[in-house]
Ligand binder design. Structure first.
Ligand code: 5GP
Ligand code: ZN
Length: 134
């Protein structure tokens, strides 16, 4: 199997990893980066991403199984640091077009700081029709 490209020049998140686009970084180590979402959907909205370019959850392999665990664990640590662990928070991964993924570089949303709505699986029938035609 061909080796996965580590970065993608056209990818916004790869450019953040490379320091070419500024971001409010909350955590960084050799394999991941966490930074504030530019358009927050809650008082606390942090994105946790692997540094290597992986398009989505669908694109991970068995090799990245442990990495996924560490990304989720990092959300847990950040939630504690940001004082939202006790009140509660949400960790979300949007996957692909119908999953609402806009940036094609795997990322976990850590959302909290206010009571979040229960509307987890809302969907749009209108968009479904458009999607079916694409
Ligand atoms: P998605 O819809 O793909 O799951 O979420 C992508 C998220 O990335 C969105 O919440 C959006 O606000 C955020 N985002 C897009 N471009 C940038 C950027 O240049 N910087 C930061 N910090 N966040 C971004
Ligand atoms: Zn990327």
């Amino acid at each position: 199997m061909a080796a996965k490209k580590k970065t993608n020049q056209d990818c916004i998140f790869c450019q953040i990893v490379a320091g070419k686009i500024p971001a409010s970084v909350r955590f960084e180590d050799e394999e991941m980066l966490a930074f504030d979402d530019i358009n927050p959907h809650a008082p606390i909205h942090v994105l946790v991403i692997p540094k290597k370019h992986i398009e989505s959850l669908t694109h991970i392999t068995k090799q990245e199984e442990a990495l996924m665990g560490r990304l989720i664990y990092r959300c847990r640590e950040l939630a504690r640091e940001l004082n939202i662990a006790d009140s509660g928070y949400r960790v979300t991964i949007n996957v692909g077009r119908w999953g609402g993924q806009i940036v094609p570089h795997l990322h976990l949303h850590l959302l909290g700081g206010a009571p979040l709505t229960e509307r987890l699986g809302m969907y749009s029938e209108a968009k479904m029709t458009i999607g079916a035609r694409e």
